[in-house]
Design a protein around this ligand. Structure first.
Ligand code: PLP
Length: 397
C-alpha cells in the first residue's frame, strides 16, 4: 500500500476531538451537554452582513483578486485607521480565515526546521500550522499564577538559536484571555529588532477587551514595521466564523509580495463572504457595546462561580472569551471524558477542553481546562454547578 507522509502522520488532532465520541454518546443517551469547550459564539451576526449576501446582484459568482477585492481592502485599511493602525490596502491580503493568514505567514518567513517561539499555553492549531509548514515550535511557559502575563524577556532570549525566525503571540490570548500591555509589546519589539526576527501577532480577538483596557497592536510599533505581521479575522469580531474571511497585514512589502504568491496558488478568498465582510464593517458601535457588555457579564459570572469551588484556581481574563482554570485533579483529559460518560445532574453534563493540548511542553497543564464563555449566563451558572458537583464525586471515585 502507498504510504502516508510523515508530515501527515505528525499532523495533530484537535485536542478536543477525542472527546467528541463521548459527547455524541451522551446525546444518544438523551443528556444535555453544556459546551464550554468550543469558541463558537452564540452572538448574532450583524444583520447588515447577512443582508448584503441576500441582496447581492452578482450574475456570476466569480473569483476575486487573490489578495482580496480592492473595495474590501480599502475599507479594511480604513477600519484599521480607526483603530490607530496606519496601513493601506496594499499592506493587506484577504485570506480564508485567520487560519490561512497564519499558514501564509509561516510559509512566507520560515523554512523546514526553522523555529518559532510561542508563549504557551497557545491556540492549539498553531501546532497544526507548524507541522504543515515543517516548522518547530519552541514554547516559553507563561504561568497561571501571573495570569499568563508575558514571561520575562530573558526567557525568550535564551531560546533564540540560529534557526529562530519568529516570535508568535496571540493578543488578547486564546486560551488565556491575557491582554499584553503596551510595555510588553515594546519589550518584544526591542527583542525582535535586536535579533532580527519577525513578530507575528494573532489579533483576531482585538474587539474583545474588558475593564477599560486598550488593545495595543504590534502594528502601532513603528520601530518594527519590517518585522511585524498581524493576523486578523472576521470570525469572532462579527460572529461570522462560517464566512471564512481573515487577513494578513504587514508593512513589509517583501512579506506581502511573498504571501501574495501563496494567495495566488489558491486563486481567491471566498467572494460572497467578502461581500458580507465588507458590509460588516458598517456594523454600528452599539452592536459591539452590547456584545462586550454581554461578555463582561458572562466572564464575571463564570469567574465568580469558579472561585466558589474549593481548590480551583482561575486566571481572570482581560480579553477574548476564554479562561484557563486549574482543577484539584491530576488528569483533566480523564476528568473531561469521565464527565461525559459517567456524570450528570438531572440528565445534564458539561464538556470542557483539557488544557494540556494548548501546551507543547509535555506534562504541563495536565490539571487545567480551558473554558469558553460563549454560553448565556444562566447556562454558565448551571454548567459550573455541574462541574463543582462533579469534582466532589470524581475526587472520591
Ligand atoms: C487565536 C485564534 N487565531 C486564529 C483563529 C482562526 O480563526 P478563523 O480561521 O476562523 O479566522 C482562531 C479561531 O478560533 C483563534 O482562536
Amino acid at each position: 500500500m502507498p504510504t502516508i507522509s510523515k508530515k501527515g502522520q505528525d499532523m495533530p488532532q484537535s485536542p478536543i476531538r477525542k472527546l467528541v465520541p463521548y459527547a455524541e454518546k451522551a446525546y444518544q443517551e438523551g443528556k444535555t451537554v453544556y459546551h464550554l469547550n468550543i469558541g463558537q459564539p452564540d452572538i448574532k451576526t450583524p444583520e447588515i452582513a447577512l443582508d448584503a449576501v441576500k441582496v447581492h446582484s452578482l450574475d456570476i459568482l466569480a473569483y476575486t483578486r487573490s489578495e482580496g477585492s480592492d473595495g474590501y481592502r480599502t475599507k479594511i485599511a480604513n477600519y484599521y485607521h480607526n483603530q490607530n493602525i496606519e496601513v493601506d490596502k496594499d499592506d493587506i491580503i484577504v485570506t480564508t480565515g485567520g487560519s490561512e493568514a497564519l499558514l501564509f505567514a509561516f510559509g512566507s518567513i520560515m523554512d523546514v526546521d526553522d523555529e518559532v517561539i510561542i508563549p504557551e499555553p497557545f491556540y492549539a492549531n498553531y501546532n497544526g500550522f507548524s507541522t504543515a509548514s515543517g516548522v518547530n515550535i519552541v514554547p516559553v511557559i507563561s504561568k497561571i499564577e501571573d495570569n499568563f502575563a508575558l514571561p520575562p524577556i530573558e526567557e525568550f532570549e535564551q531560546l533564540i538559536t540560529p534557526k529562530t525566525k519568529a516570535i508568535l503571540i496571540c493578543n488578547p490570548g486564546n486560551p488565556t484571555g491575557y491582554l499584553y500591555s503596551k510595555e510588553e509589546i515594546q519589550k518584544l519589539a526591542a527583542l525582535v529588532k535586536k535579533h532580527d526576527l519577525f513578530l507575528i501577532a494573532d489579533e483576531v480577538y482585538r474587539e474583545f477587551i474588558y475593564d477599560g483596557y486598550e488593545h495595543y497592536s504590534i502594528m502601532q510599533e513603528d520601530s518594527i514595521k519590517d518585522h511585524a505581521i498581524m493576523i486578523d479575522s472576521v470570525s469572532k469580531r462579527y460572529s461570522m466564523c462560517g464566512a471564512r474571511i481573515g487577513c494578513l497585514v504587514s508593512r513589509n512589502k517583501e512579506i506581502i509580495s511573498t504571501a501574495l504568491k501563496f494567495a495566488q496558488a489558491r486563486l481567491s478568498p471566498p467572494t460572497l463572504a467578502q461581500i458580507a465582510s465588507e458590509a460588516a464593517l458598517q456594523t454600528p458601535q452599539s452592536y459591539f457595546d452590547n456584545v462586550i457588555e454581554e461578555y463582561v457579564d458572562r466572564r464575571n459570572t463564570l469567574i465568580r462561580e469558579l472561585e466558589k469551588i474549593d481548590g480551583v484556581q482561575v486566571a481572570k481574563p482581560k480579553g477574548a472569551f476564554y479562561c484557563i482554570a486549574e482543577l484539584p485533579i491530576e488528569d483533566a483529559d480523564h476528568f473531561a471524558q469521565w464527565l461525559l460518560e459517567h456524570f450528570d445532574i438531572d440528565g445534564e453534563t458539561v464538556m470542557v477542553a483539557p488544557a494540556a493540548g494548548f501546551y507543547s511542553t509535555k506534562g504541563v497543564g495536565k490539571n487545567q481546562i480551558r473554558i469558553a464563555y460563549v454560553l448565556k449566563k444562566e447556562s454558565l451558572i448551571k454548567a459550573v454547578h455541574i462541574l463543582s458537583e462533579a469534582l466532589k464525586v470524581y475526587k472520591k471515585s
